[in-house]
Design a protein around this ligand. Structure first.
Ligand SMILES: Nc1ncnc2c1ncn2[C@@H]1O[C@H](COP(=O)(O)OP(=O)(O)OP(=O)(O)O)[C@@H](O)[C@H]1O
Length: 286
């Protein structure tokens, strides 16, 4: 375990932003904190980064490094009139991090920014700015990387590129903690999820298990599948070549087999889980 937070609590005049939240991070794993706007994600991350002091609770980081955490909290404040390399250099100076050219260029390579891109950051796409911010978070070679809402403002290509980068960081033995209100993105990249609502931890567990536990609806696509007559499952919505059905995760393979036996060519089966379902579940592993 690289980080152990126990019962972290922070109260503002408006109420408890973080209410007795505990979490544990292991090296090489990707963790997601899922919650609606205002759930307390940023406040929690600020406590972990020592930018806000918790009223109660304890935080233990098992590291010998002086700066074991690299983080992007809220919008990364880049110098938009400087290029990527110059930004890294300035931040390395501010953070008193090693700043030799080879090392800084290596960080740009790690996050997939081209070394020959010499123009000012204001010309960069959102995805490229996000990559540069991650390079800045990596400057002290931290063991833990914390990214607050890294997917916001990215197009689908940008999201999948970023997920690839996050996975590559975990493969390099970093522990990565990401917040988002975007279910699919966290599902695609996190090993473990913490679901929070109004400051409280309401659900947690390994991502696959958490989702399987929460799935009760599937969208099934296939030629003419809307014409199926069955008693095995309840159709809640049907349109040309697509049906939404209600069933348990344990029943879906049998249902698909049955549809195939009836001669339907199934082209997709997409689990439908909403944030509300994850929020309303009983805690899994708490
Ligand atoms: N400095 C502060 N002073 C007073 N209240 C605050 C402060 N920071 C956060 N809050 C309140 O704490 C609650 C949690 O806010 P927080 O920003 O942590 O949530 P969030 O999940 O990150 O939301 P978002 O995704 O909208 O940023 C909100 O009700 C917010 O208004």
């Amino acid at each position: 375990m690289i980080l152990e937070a126990t019962n972290l609590t922070k109260t503002y005049k408006s109420g408890k932003a973080v209410d007795a939240i505990s979490l544990k991070l292991k090296i090489g794993q990707i963790y997601g904190v899922l919650g609606r706007n205002g759930a307390g994600k940023t406040t929690l991350f600020k406590i972990l980064c020592n930018l806000v002091t918790a009223d109660h609770g304890s935080l233990k980081i098992h590291s010998t490094k002086l700066k074991p955490i690299g983080a992007i909290i809220e919008n990364p404040g880049l110098y938009t009139y400087l290029n990527a390399y110059e930004n890294l250099k300035v931040f390395a100076e501010i953070q008193n991090a090693p700043r030799d050219k080879t090392r800084l260029e290596q960080y740009l390579k790690t996050v997939g920014l081209p070394l020959d891109r010499k123009d000012a950051v204001r010309h960069f796409s959102m995805g490229m700015k996000q990559r540069l911010a991650i390079a800045i978070a990596l400057l002290n070679d931290p063991e833990i990387v914390i990214l607050d809402e890294p997917f916001s403002g990215l197009d689908p290509m940008g999201v999948s590129d970023l997920i690839r980068l996050i996975k590559s960081l975990a493969a390099k033995n970093k522990s990565v903690l990401i917040s988002s209100h975007m279910l699919a993105e966290l599902q695609n990249c996190c090993d473990y999820l913490y679901v929070i609502d109004r400051g409280k931890l309401v659900n947690q567990g390994e991502t696959t298990r958490l989702f399987n536990h929460s799935i009760s609806r599937y969208k099934i696509k296939g030629n003419g599948v809307e014409q199926v007559k069955n008693k095995l499952f309840k159709i809640i919505f049907a349109e040309k070549n697509s049906i939404d059905i209600e069933c348990k995760a344990t029943e879906i393979s049998k249902i698909l087999e049955n549809l195939i036996q009836q001669g339907y060519q199934i082209t997709a089966c997409i689990p439908q889980v909403t944030l509300n379902e994850l929020l309303s579940q009983q805690p899994n592993d708490v």
